[in-house]
Every structure is written in structure tokens, then in C-alpha cells.
Ligand binder design. Structure first.
Ligand SMILES: Nc1ncnc2c1ncn2[C@@H]1O[C@H](COP(=O)(O)OP(=O)(O)OP(=O)(O)O)[C@@H](O)[C@H]1O
Length: 482
């Protein structure tokens, strides 16, 4: 075992969980006292017992989360690990705000819990964060979804709330990057300051620097007034740099300098202005690829990528669809549209879709359904009509045309995803390469009208090699086509 034996108090009304935890912790040499009641846990704590607490949230007589501030007050050195099956962002955030050492969504991985226990018993007390618990957010959920993929995000967000660390949010278009940036702001220490968003892709390139940093009157033709930049507007708050991959290189250089030096001047100005903003950047592009292509600065990437958060696509969390749909249906009815529901079959059909536009696509679809159809219960036929009428191509991967390597990456990912917990069978490398060879040779042969000598030249292959490949792959060469 990695830590010295400790006395651990466990509270959970589920006997099976108490047993599993007691066994696992005892195996590590710890002494465990467990109960199904919050009240009993509190008595033990008040008696001065325990070096660490592991508690569930929902217990018959107490809410574990509500106990955390009381425990922290009575025994500030006692660390509390909160487990919960409630699994929303708010549970994670509240646990962090109230001063829990860690939050663990149920069902949890026992090894992970053991690692957290080790950390809780090892880390020096001063490093424990957690705020006074004032002004917690209300119970409206900013992010919907309880899938395992989202649990990871919630836990990361809860840890980041009370820091000023720069965060880089990546994920396909429509996966909720802006929503995450807002949540970081609204539940964090800067929530009383402004949240300012700027989308690099939406601003003409030549104006980006003055948008960001402002300009003095007369700084360039057309600068008739002094203009306050977004950095200045975001003073004391959060600046959300959306589509950072679209930032022109000159602006990147300037941004890098600002981040390094902690101050900047307006365009055409001289007085340095100190920066006091938390930066959250986002992109749906592969920045590493842009770095290789020379359009994104590597040093800026490392400045921004301090804490990376990758948002899952909707395809990776199809189990969240019912909750998301109900959320959007509810939202529509709050806006005065009739309240609708979906049949189970319709919901099933939504889960079978690929959702290239992710949550935005789902949200738009639900809106259309509520506005256009009079039925109270929306059936699968309506969904089918929607998919076909809107000509939603199941194959369309994203709004942008993809490069070859991106589309290969997508296919390989899907291939792995399709195996869920398992891995594909051995020999994947050759299988994938064959898949790529086939269209490459076919299209080239088509273009040379079946002329193998020419095709070999174009491909840069030896004629015999090409012939062998054609044979091995069983390709049909049609001469004189096209
Ligand atoms: N987890 C979620 N729960 C509820 N709504 C969500 C969630 N994620 C995204 N949305 C909704 O989906 C829409 C798209 O989200 P958002 O604009 O944050 O995506 P994005 O990743 O920033 O997209 P883009 O890259 O296209 O700018 C928004 O209307 C947002 O409210």
C-alpha cells in the first residue's frame, strides 16, 4: 500500500457499496467504520473519529453534500470524498464549492477511488481548496447529460472553477464549447466580472487585432474614434477566444506577447494596460495539424493549452439524447410553444442518427418538431420525414470538407467506437492500409482508362508491383473507360 494506515469513515445507504468499500480499503490496510445514515456519520465526526470521510449524497436522513460545509467547519482538516449517482454538473460544482476533496460519480471505478483515497491521505492540508460556499449557482443545469463522457467533463470543470488557469476547449462544432466556457465563468471566482466572447472566424482578419486590443483614434484609416478592445471589456472577468485556429498569424504573435507579458497597448497607443482576464480558448480544428502546416504558432498553443478539455461528440454519448431532447422540449414550452413528447420509437430513431452537427443539430431539430407538427406525441414517422426532408446526410461528418487524414481518422475512430469495450481484431494496420489502397488504385486506374503503365507512373509504383497489388486486391481493371 502507498499510504500509512488510516481510519476511514464510510457513509452510504447501499449496503453493497459499504461492503465493497470496506473490503477494498481494509485490503489496503485501512481501518473502516461504515454506516447507512448521515446522522451516525455526523456523530462519529463530532466525536473526533476518522482521518478521512467517504460519503454518498442521498441518504435517508441526510444529504451528504449538505454535510460537507458543516464537517469543514467543525474539522477543517478532515477530508471528504463525495460519491453520487446524481451525476450532474451541479453536483460536481457544489461538491467543489462546499470544500469536498473530490467528487466521484457513481458507478465508480474502485481503482480510481483508491487512488483518490491515497491522494487525500497524502497531500498536504494547505493545498485543499474549496470556497466558503457563498452564492452557489441555482439548480438550473447549464449542461445536460449524465453519460460517462460528460462526467469526466464535469469533474474537470469543477476542479477548474476556482482557478484562473487558461483552458482550451476542443470538440466538433455544436458540442457545447461555448457553453462550457460560460459555465467556467458563471460558477467560478470571476462570475461577478464580465464574460466576453470573440469569434475569430467571424471577424475580418485585418480587424482582429483592434477588436482584441482596441485602438486609439487615428491609429489607421477609418479609426475615427478610440475603441475599447475585448481584452479591456473582459477586465476582471473571462475572455472567450472562440475558433482560435482561425486567428491570423500576426494577431497570434501579439496575443502570445500579451499572455507572456501580462500587458498590452491599444493599436496605435503607447500606454501599457495590465491584463486581468481569464482566458478560455476553443476550436473545432486540429491545432497540432495547423502547427505542422505553419498556420498556428506552437508557442501560443502551449500557452493556451494549459488545461485541455475535449468535448465528446454527440455520437460518443448517444445515451444522453433522451435527457437532451426533454430539456429542449421543455425549453420550447417555456418559450410558449406547445409541450410535446416523443414516442419511445422516435427516441430510438434519434439515437441511431450520427448527428454530424452534434447538440446544435439536435436542438434545431427539436425546435422544428415543436413548431411544425401538431401531434402531442411525436412518432418515428415524423422523425424520418425530418431526416429525409432536411436532407441530412448521415455521412456528412462536419460542416467543413475534411482532409484525407481527417476522414481516415474519423473512420478509424468509428471503427474503434463500434467495438465499444473491446479492441478490433489483430492485423488492423494491414486491413486499414488495404482499405486505403483499394480506392487509390481504382481511381487512378479509372483516370488512366485502365492503362496500368501510366497508372504505375502516376502512383510512383513499379509496374510489377502495381500488377501484383491489382491481383491481390482483386481489382477489376476496365480498359478504355472514362
Ligand atoms: N450539454 C449541453 N446541454 C444542453 N445544451 C447544450 C449542451 N451542449 C451544447 N448545447 C447547446 O447546443 C448549442 C451549441 O452549443 P455551443 O454553441 O456551445 O457549441 P460550440 O461547440 O461552441 O459550437 P461551434 O464550434 O459551432 O461554435 C447551443 O445552443 C447550446 O446551448
Amino acid at each position: 500500500m502507498s499510504t500509512s494506515p488510516a481510519r476511514i469513515l464510510v457513509a452510504d445507504d447501499d449496503r453493497a457499496i459499504r461492503t465493497v468499500l470496506t473490503q477494498a480499503l481494509s485490503r489496503q490496510g485501512h481501518e473502516v467504520r461504515s454506516t447507512g445514515h448521515g446522522r451516525t456519520l455526523w456523530d462519529w465526526i463530532a466525536d473526533g473519529d476518522g482521518d478521512l470521510v467517504i460519503t454518498d449524497v442521498m441518504m435517508p436522513d441526510e444529504n451528504g453534500l449538505d454535510m460537507v460545509p458543516r464537517i469543514r467547519k467543525l474539522r477543517p482538516d478532515l477530508r471528504v470524498i463525495v460519491m453520487s449517482a446524481q451525476n450532474t454538473l451541479m453536483t460536481a460544482v457544489k461538491a467543489a464549492q462546499r470544500g469536498a476533496f473530490e467528487y466521484l460519480p457513481k458507478p465508480f471505478d474502485l481503482n480510481e477511488l483508491m487512488a483518490i483515497v491515497d491522494r487525500a491521505l497524502e497531500t498536504p492540508q494547505e493545498s485543499q481548496t474549496g470556497k466558503s460556499g457563498d452564492e452557489e449557482g441555482d439548480d438550473r443545469l447549464p449542461l445536460i447529460g449524465r453519460s460517462a463522457a460528460m462526467q469526466e467533463i464535469y469533474r474537470a470543470l469543477a476542479r477548474l472553477m476556482n482557478t484562473d488557469l487558461t483552458v482550451m476547449v476542443t470538440g466538433e462544432s455544436g458540442t457545447g464549447k461555448e457553453l462550457v466556457a460560460r459555465a467556467l465563468h458563471e460558477y467560478g471566482g470571476r462570475r461577478h466580472g464580465p464574460f466576453v466572447a470573440i469569434n475569430m472566424a467571424a471577424i475580418p482578419r485585418e480587424l482582429i487585432e483592434s477588436e482584441l486590443f482596441g485602438h486609439e483614434k487615428g491609429a489607421f484609416t477609418g479609426a475615427n474614434e478610440r475603441k475599447v478592445g475585448r481584452f479591456e471589456q473582459a477586465e476582471g472577468g473571462t475572455l472567450f477566444l472562440d475558433e482560435i485556429g482561425d486567428m491570423p498569424l500576426e494577431a497570434q504573435t501579439r496575443l502570445l506577447r500579451v499572455l507572456q507579458e501580462g500587458e498590452y497597448t491599444r493599436v496605435g497607443g503607447r500606454t501599457p494596460i495590465r491584463v486581468n482576464v481569464r482566458i478560455v480558448a476553443a476550436t473545432h480544428r486540429d491545432l497540432r495539424k495547423l502547427i505542422r502546416e505553419g498556420t498556428f504558432r506552437e508557442d501560443l498553443f502551449y500557452r493556451l493549452n494549459v488545461v485541455p478539455i475535449r468535448l465528446p461528440s454527440l455520437r460518443e454519448r448517444l445515451e444522453d439524447i433522451p435527457e437532451l431532447v426533454n430539456h429542449f422540449l421543455m425549453q420550447a414550452s417555456e418559450e410558449g410553444l406547445p409541450r410535446k413528447t416523443l414516442s419511445a420509437e422516435a427516441m430510438g430513431r434519434l439515437k441511431a442518427h450520427r448527428w454530424p452537427g452534434n447538440i446544435r443539430e439536435l436542438e434545431n431539430m427539436v425546435r422544428r418538431l415543436t413548431a411544425l407538427y401538431s401531434h402531442d406525441v411525436i412518432g418515428v414517422d415524423v422523425i424520418e420525414t425530418e431526416f429525409s426532408e432536411n436532407n441530412i446526410s448521415e455521412a456528412a461528418p462536419s460542416a467543413e470538407p475534411q482532409s484525407l487524414s481527417e476522414s481516415i481518422e474519423r473512420h478509424v475512430r468509428e471503427y474503434f467506437d463500434a467495438h465499444e469495450e473491446d479492441l478490433p481484431s489483430n492485423g488492423l494496420y494491414d486491413r486499414i492500409l488495404r482499405e486505403m489502397e483499394r480506392p487509390l488504385l481504382n481511381v487512378t486506374l479509372e483516370a488512366t482508362r485502365g492503362n496500368q503503365v501510366k497508372a504505375a507512373e502516376v502512383l510512383g509504383l513499379n509496374r510489377n508491383t502495381l500488377r501484383k497489388k491489382i491481383r491481390d486486391l482483386g481489382l477489376e481493371v476496365v480498359r478504355g473507360t472514362k
